[in-house]
Write a protein that binds this ligand. Sequence first.
Ligand SMILES: [Zn+2]
Length: 210
Amino acid sequence: MRVIKEYIAPKNTGWATELIAGQFLRLTARTIIDFVAFDRNNFREAFDQAVTKEASNCIYLKEGHQMLSRSGKPLLKFIKDEFKGKGTHDLQFGMCGRARHKRAAEEGRLGEYLHGKDMKLPDHGCTENLTWALEPWGIPYENIPSPVNFFQNMQIDQDTGCMERTQTRPEIPVNLELLAECELLVGFSACPDMASQTRGLEVKATVFEI
Ligand SMILES: [Zn+2]
């Protein structure tokens, strides 16, 4: 294994990097990671939650599944999931951020959103972290797709369709590994994870080749 790049994103910050086909990205964490990807040669080919779910016939991203673009191009393959058997990775939700925190406060739904009533809200979240991380590539917020929410373990009621955030997270940092299937730009946010007990932690990213 040859390490190409390593980066530690502190809690509630983001990072983006380019990958070439055949390279691996390892994310090591025990907190929610909002993760997106784009074809490096055509940023309009961005990761798409719905296309990805349709291809796998599954509402979670699981080991062995591919992350697909809007037109069905394979961007990444999820090859290793050390959270497997302990929890799932969400493909329903968007990103936390200033606007959502504000709306939750206005609607009096902070308990539902954040598992706590009188919590101090961060002044930014994954929306802002990903926007800032992808800015050097000229990608505006409107063009950032809804992400894979790694480690966001949801309870989804089959009959009502209601979704509930759980506090299930890895107890120690675990590895997720993704294989780049083409030239990519990938970005992620170390979520402030206001639903969790920890309220967010750092995320380590390692780009490597075998
Ligand atoms: Zn977030």
